[in-house]
Each structure stands twice: as C-alpha cells, then as structure tokens.
Ligand binder design. Structure first.
Ligand SMILES: Cc1cc2nc3c(=O)[nH]c(=O)nc-3n(C[C@H](O)[C@H](O)[C@H](O)COP(=O)(O)O)c2cc1C
Length: 191
C-alpha cells in the first residue's frame, strides 16, 4: 500500500504540514512526496515548456513529476495552502506537466483513492465572480485527481480555512478528520 503526497506549501512546518504530520502518524503504509515548491532538499516541480518531446520520446524535464507518472501508488493526497483563491503557482507547474499525458497518449490506469487537504487564512476572491475562497483551488485539485485516475469523495476532503485565527495544528475538526482518513485507508488497503 502506498500513498503519494503532492505537497503544495513552501513551509515545512506550516499549516498544511501539520495535517500531513497527523496523516503520517496514523497511516501504516509506504509514503512518497512530491514537493511542488523548491526547498533545501528538493528542486520543486518545473512547468511544462511545451517542447512536445513527449510526443515522440519522453519528458525532457527531470524532476519528481516522474513519481506521479510512475503510477505505483494507491492513494493520492493533494495537500496545499490556498493562494489568491487558487493553488499556489508551483502547484500549477504540477498541473501543466500533465500535458505529457495528452501528447504521449498514455494514461495513469491504476485506480486510486484521492484525498484533498486545503488550508487557507483569508478570504481570497470571495467577492469575485461568485466563487467562494476555496472553489477555484478545489477545481484545480480535481484536475489532478482526474488525470491520475483518483476518485475524490467529500469524506476525503479536509479543509482548514481559518488559519489566520486558528492554525491547522489546533483545528480540531480538520485534525480529527485527517486522522480518521489515515486510519480508514490503512485498513482499506491492508494486505
Ligand atoms: C501569497 C499568498 C496568498 C494567499 N491567498 C489566500 C487566499 O486567497 N485565501 C486564503 O484563504 N488564504 C490565503 N493565504 C493564506 C494561506 O493560505 C494560509 O496562511 C495557509 O494556512 C498557509 O498554509 P501553509 O502554512 O501550509 O503554507 C495566502 C497566503 C499567501 C502567502
């Protein structure tokens, strides 16, 4: 049983990380990480440069996006803060790289369970275009779940959207929900 986490925060000890820590403390399977932002240990994920090499051979960009294409995981977790009512720019780099599937004609066929964790501490574009703060970010994340053949249900969506007042580490509802998801998925995928 393997979970792959696409991590969209630049902060290793921030709000999103506090929910991931709770997941890790309660999950019994193997875990891999894809860090969208560069950090001291990772280069992050670069955007698609539309060179279309993938039409004929392979993606020319060598980074951890290959972990997503490896298609060896049962659970896909997208964990990210909301920036300007969207996923942060480096998460859009991740999204752009699914262009590989379009040009290569390949599919990530393995059926997966999706988990979405979103943190936010503001109101973003609440008054713009009738969207609530998290709507656009959820839609972007849904693109990732669709392209990876991961099904996402409401039971697997964890929102901690008041972090300017209550940091996610103290958000009891979100913390309990991600803990229960980790326990449930550990049982579901137990061999
Ligand atoms: C550039 C930037 C834009 C942000 N825009 C929003 C926003 O539109 N809506 C929101 O709820 N929070 C917004 N936030 C707040 C973060 O989502 C919030 O602080 C979150 O808890 C950070 O999570 P992290 O500690 O895991 O990085 C923004 C933060 C930054 C740095």
């Amino acid at each position: 049983m393997k979970a792959l986490i696409i991590f969209g925060s630049p902060r290793k000890n921030g709000d999103t990380a506090s929910l991931i820590k709770t997941f890790l403390n309660n999950f019994t399977g193997e875990v891999g990480f894809v860090y969208a932002f560069p950090n001291t240990d990772n280069n992050g994920i670069a955007p698609c440069i539309n060179c279309v090499a993938c039409k004929k051979t392979d993606c020319v960009i060598k980074d951890d996006f290959s972990k997503i294409l490896k298609d060896d995981y049962d659970i896909l977790i997208v964990a990210s803060p909301i920036y300007m009512s969207n996923l942060p720019g480096p998460m859009f780099n991740v999204i752009s790289r699914f262009n590989y599937l379009f040009h290569s004609g390949k599919k990530l066929a393995k059926q997966k369970t999706g988990v979405l964790i979103l943190t936010g501490g503001g109101h973003g574009a609440k008054r713009l275009q009738g969207n609530s703060n998290e709507d656009l970010a959820i839609r972007q994340a849904e693109f990732i779940f669709a392209k990876t053949n991961s099904s996402l249900t409401d039971e697997h969506v964890v929102l901690s959207l008041n972090t300017d007042v209550v940091p996610s580490k103290d958000d009891k509802i979100a913390q309990e929900k991600i803990k229960q998801i980790a326990i449930e998925l550990s049982n579901t995928y137990k061999i």
